[in-house]
Design a protein around this ligand. Structure first.
Ligand SMILES: Cc1ncc(COP(=O)(O)O)c(C=O)c1O
Length: 448
C-alpha cells in the first residue's frame, strides 16, 4: 500500500530505489547492492555516511538536552555556540544568525527579515528582490517564488506576485550567450540587464539580489569568471544587498569555506543548510549584517516580540551536530581536500567532453554537470528529459547514483570525503553509462 506523497517525484514512477543504509561515500539498497553516492544525497551529505564522531555528538546531546526552544528570551548553549562559530566564519560584517531547519525556510526567513527591515528603516516600498532564471532557492510559497524553474511554479499558481520578486537572466554562457559574444561580454551584458531592471523598477524599491554562487538544481551553472565582479558593481551602485544562497555551495563544495569566497562575492546576506550539518540532522541558517539587525531592535520592541520563529529554530541536537561538523571540516582540512580532489574530478570529467552525447562539461570544486545534447555542433536539445533519465538508470545499474536534472543534464556532487580512487570509479561508470545512453539514443532514433 502506498500512502506517501513523494517530494519532487513523478507520481507515476515512485519507489524506484529503496535505500536502506550508508557507509562512507556508499549507500546500499534493500537487496544489498552498493552504490557510490555521487550526489551526496541531495547535495548535502558532505561527511558521507556513518561518521561515528557526529553520531556520538548527537547521542550525547540527546542525552543531555533533547529539546529546548528559544522563544521569549530562552536559549541554550548548543545554539549560542553554533551562532558564534558561524558568525566568526562568514564574510558578512557583524553577522547575526537565525536558525531553521531547511534551505527553503532560511530563504523564507530572509524575505521576512528584508520586509521587516524595509519598514524599520522607513522605506516600506524597498522590499523587492531580484532572482535569476534557473535559480533554485526552495519550495515554500516564498522561496519557490524566488526559484526560477518551471516545475516549481506550474499548477502552484506561483510565483506569488504580492512578494514583488523580479527575474533576471541566468549566467549560463553555453546556452544563453549571443552569437559571437565572449564570456566577458556576456557577463557584462547580464550586469547591464540587471541595472536596466533596477532602473525600470526604481532603485529605491529593490532590497536584494539573490544568487547561488554556482547554480545547483538549475543545471550546475558556473558563471563566467568576472560575472560577480560586474554584478556587484551594480548592486553596490544602487545599495542593493547581495544575497548569497550558500545552501549547496557553502562549506567546501567549491573548495573554499563558502561559494561567495570562491567566486569573489562580498555578500551582505547568506543562507545555508545542507552541509552545515552534513545532513545528519536538519539545520539551516539565515545570516544578515549587524546593521540590518540593529534596525529591527526598536520596532520589535514596540510590537513586543519578533513575530517569527520555528519550534525547531536552534534545535539543540541540530546545533550540536552542526558545531561538530564544522569542527571536523576544520580539523580534517576538508575544504582543502575538496579543492584538491575537486580539481581532479574536474580534470577527469573534462575527459568526457569529446563524447558524442556531451554538449558541455561544467563544474567547479566537487560539483559538476554534463549536459547531453542531440547534436554537439549546434547544441540541439532532445525533445524531453528521457535521455538523462536513461543515463541515470545506467549509472544506477552499475552502482552509481547521479541525478538527471532538467535539460538532460547529469549532475555530480559527491561527499567531500571522496578520494581520488573513488572519483575514478565515478567517472569510469559515468563513461559507461554515456556509451549505453548513446546506444539507446540510436536505438530509439532520438539523435540528429
Ligand atoms: C541553493 C538552494 N537553496 C535552497 C534550497 C532549499 O533547501 P531545502 O530543500 O532544504 O528546503 C536548495 C535545495 O536544494 C538549494 O539547492
Amino acid at each position: 500500500m502506498n500512502t506517501m506523497i513523494y517530494p519532487t517525484t513523478n507520481f507515476n514512477a515512485i519507489e524506484q530505489l529503496v535505500v536502506t543504509r550508508g557507509e562512507g561515500v556508499y549507500v546500499y539498497d534493500n537487496t544489498g547492492k552498493r552504490y557510490l553516492e555521487g550526489m551526496a544525497g541531495l547535495w548535502c551529505t558532505a561527511l558521507g555516511y556513518g561518521n561515528e564522531e557526529v553520531i556520538a555528538c548527537a547521542t550525547e546531546q540527546m542525552r543531555t538536552l533533547t529539546f529546548a526552544h528559544m522563544f521569549g528570551g530562552k536559549t541554550h548553549p548548543a545554539a549560542m555556540e553554533l551562532a558564534d562559530r558561524l558568525a566568526a566564519m562568514v564574510p558578512v560584517e557583524d553577522a547575526h544568525v537565525f536558525f531553521g531547519s531547511s534551505g527553503s525556510d532560511a530563504n523564507d526567513t530572509q524575505i521576512k527579515l528584508i520586509r521587516y527591515w524595509a519598514e524599520a528603516t522607513g522605506q516600506p516600498q524597498r522590499h523587492k528582490i531580484i532572482a535569476r532564471d534557473k535559480g533554485y532557492h526552495g519550495v515554500t510559497v516564498a522561496s519557490a517564488s524566488l526559484t526560477g524553474l518551471p516545475a516549481n511554479h506550474t499548477h502552484f499558481q506561483l510565483p506569488f506576485d504580492a512578494l514583488g520578486i523580479l527575474r533576471t537572466g541566468s549566467p549560463h554562457y553555453y546556452r544563453e550567450a549571443l552569437p559571437g559574444e565572449t564570456e566577458d561580454e556576456f557577463a557584462q551584458r547580464r550586469a547591464r540587464e540587471l541595472e536596466e531592471l533596477i532602473l525600470a523598477e526604481g532603485p529605491d524599491t529593490i532590497a536584494a539580489f539573490i544568487a547561488e554562487p554556482v547554480n545547483g538544481a538549475g543545471g550546475v551553472i558556473v558563471p563566467p569568471e568576472n560575472y560577480f565582479k560586474y554584478i556587484q558593481q551594480i548592486t553596490d551602485k544602487y545599495g542593493v544587498m547581495l544575497w548569497s544562497d550558500e545552501v549547496i555551495c557553502g562549506f567546501g563544495r567549491l573548495g573554499k569555506d563558502f561559494g561567495a569566497t570562491a567566486l569573489g562575492m562580498r555578500p551582505q546576506m547568506m543562507s545555508m543548510a545542507k552541509a552545515l550539518s552534513s545532513a545528519y540532522i536538519p539545520v539551516s541558517a539565515a545570516v544578515i549584517p549587524g546593521s540590518m539587525y540593529e534596525a529591527l531592535v526598536e520596532p520589535v520592541g514596540k510590537v513586543g516580540v519578533f513575530g517569527h520563529g520555528y519550534t525547531y529554530s536552534g534545535h539543540p541536537v541540530g546545533c550540536a551536530v552542526a558545531s561538530k561538523v564544522l569542527e571536523i571540516y576544520e580539523r580534517e582540512r576538508l575544504f582543502d581536500h575538496a579543492d584538491n580532489v575537486g580539481g581532479y574530478l574536474q580534470q577527469e570529467l573534462a575527459g568526457l567532453a569529446d563524447h558524442a552525447l556531451v554538449g558541455e562539461v561544467r563544474g567547479m570544486g566537487l560539483i559538476g554537470a554534463i549536459e547531453l545534447v542531440a547534436n554537439k555542433k549546434d547544441k540541439t536539445v532532445f525533445a524531453n528529459n528521457s535521455v538523462a533519465a536513461y543515463c541515470q538508470s545506467q549509472c544506477e545499474d552499475q552502482g552509481l547514483i547521479l541525478r538527471a536534472l532538467g535539460g538532460n543534464t547529469m549532475a555530480i556532487c559527491p561527499p567531500l570525503i571522496i578520494t581520488a580512487e573513488q572519483v575514478d570509479e565515478l567517472v569510469s561508470k559515468l563513461g559507461v553509462a554515456l556509451d549505453r545512453t548513446l546506444d539507446y539514443v540510436a536505438r530509439e532514433g532520438l539523435g540528429r
